[in-house]
Design a protein around this ligand. Structure first.
Ligand SMILES: C[S@@+](CC[C@H](N)C(=O)[O-])C[C@H]1O[C@@H](n2cnc3c(N)ncnc32)[C@H](O)[C@@H]1O
Length: 246
């Protein structure tokens, strides 16, 4: 599907609305879409890809299908086994401390993980460390003021995280999966852009809304508006060549 296009955005949105009843369809589609985005910047056949916080492995599977050597790192065994799946060769590991040497990856990939870590800058630094100079980093996350920022409690998170959580529990008779400050964190578009632009070890190749059909890049340049309208920020970064310190 052409990216960006209205057809693509609608197809992804529809799949997302049916995520609970048809997870395989939803995540399979999302994986094909995201891996195609990577492939636009970096050929994948024969390349080494690290999928950080890759959950049940849909993205890893798609990278492998396109000929990459993809390794899945995921700290939560329950996520690894979600949807009854088992990804061969998956490694139980935390994104803060990946068990791989510096410069291993041609592509370091992370989809919708950054908002689940308490220290996003350390998480990004570890992604940069494991990427070879010239390699690509794909980093996407749902920011807190996005209409989906509260995840399953959205859009009620606009009235406060605690209130949104209480409402979810009343309505569904069970607690929400995510708790702000425990496994969901308020990550914002502006500070994240400022952080990656200030780093001297990466170059920002693109910063755009991951799902919007138009003005996907322009939206991220408007302070305030971008915190709501971006929905999900996609950053494509390139690891800078090593600078000789002497
Ligand atoms: C919303 S899921 C995203 C899964 C998959 N990447 C996707 O886009 O569908 C968030 C994932 O981040 C993982 N995660 C949370 N903290 C992490 C950390 N410190 N390092 C790596 N992954 C982490 C969770 O276990 C979970 O699998």
């Amino acid at each position: 599907m052409k990216d960006p296009s209205i057809r693509r955005s609608l197809t992804l949105f529809r799949a997302f609305m049916n995520e609970q009843s048809e997870p395989e369809h939803c995540y399979g589609l999302l994986a094909r879409d995201a891996v195609s985005q990577v492939e636009r910047y970096e050929p994948l056949a024969g390349r080494t890809v690290l999928d950080i916080g890759g959950g049940s492995g849909h993205f890893t599977e798609e990278f492998r299908r396109r000929g990459a050597r993809c390794y899945l790192f995921e700290p939560d065994p329950a996520e690894l086994g979600a949807h009854g799946r088992r990804t061969p060769g998956a490694v139980l590991a935390d994104g803060y401390l990946l068990p791989v040497p510096d410069g291993t990856a041609d592509v370091c990939f992370s989809s919708n993980v950054l908002e689940h870590v308490a220290d996003p800058q350390t998480f990004i630094s570890e992604m940069v460390r494991v990427t070879r100079p010239g390699g690509l980093i794909y980093l996407s996350f749902t920011n807190w003021y996005s209409p989906w920022g509260g995840h399953e409690t959205a859009p009620w998170h606009y009235l406060g995280a605690a209130r949104a959580r209480a409402r979810y529990e009343r309505k569904h008779g069970r607690p929400a999966k995510h708790t702000l400050g425990e496994n969901l964190f308020a990550v914002h578009v502006g500070p994240t852009l400022r952080h990656v632009r200030s780093r001297d070890d990466v170059q920002v190749v693109t910063a755009r809304s991951r799902y919007w059909p138009f003005l996907a890049g322009a939206i991220t340049r408007v302070p305030g508006v971008r915190e709501i309208a971006t929905w999900n920020l996609l950053l494509i970064l390139r690891r800078c060549p090593h600078v000789d310190e002497h």
